[in-house]
Write a protein that binds this ligand. Structure first.
Ligand SMILES: [Zn+2]
Length: 143
């Protein structure tokens, strides 16, 4: 039921997605470096949900959620065609986000979710938030 879109359209969409994320992520990464925030690393595939950044010792996971793909209430918009397809897809993504966050918290991780627009518009605020949380959170003993 997922495959209503023609293959080319689908491909274009995934290209948009990866490009968007990459840019936002790069920007955040540059800010973390510039602000001298340490102890993080990129993309840990060993952590549930593949967070964009993690602080492994502190068990802090950071997700930068693309505004479109994760249904940002501020800037997410529903495409006019295939409305049903898109609303189901975006709902599924949001549900998955919630499940991932819950699972991580259950095993002692602190989860920070940032919208793509927050990083784009006010990266300094995003970094300050990350830093504050990462400094406070101590790795749990819940394993
Ligand atoms: Zn947004």
């Amino acid at each position: 039921m997922d495959r209503i879109l023609p293959a080319t359209r689908s491909r274009n969409m995934s290209r948009i997605r990866s490009q968007g994320n990459l840019t936002t992520e790069k920007r955040l990464r540059a800010y973390l470096v510039r602000e001298g925030v340490r102890g993080w690393k990129l993309h840990s595939s060993i952590v549930i949900g593949n967070p964009d950044f993690i602080f492994p010792k502190r068990q802090v996971a950071i997700f930068v959620d693309g505004c479109f793909w994760h249904g940002c209430p501020r800037c997410g918009h529903m495409p006019k065609s295939n409305r049903r397809y898109w609303s189901q897809k975006l709902n599924r993504n949001q549900r998955r986000d919630r499940i991932v966050s819950r699972k991580l918290r259950k095993i002692g991780w602190m989860v920070i979710r940032l919208w793509e627009h927050q990083v784009r518009l006010s990266p300094a605020v995003a970094v300050a938030k990350i830093e504050a949380v990462a400094r406070k959170h101590r790795a749990g003993i819940m394993y």
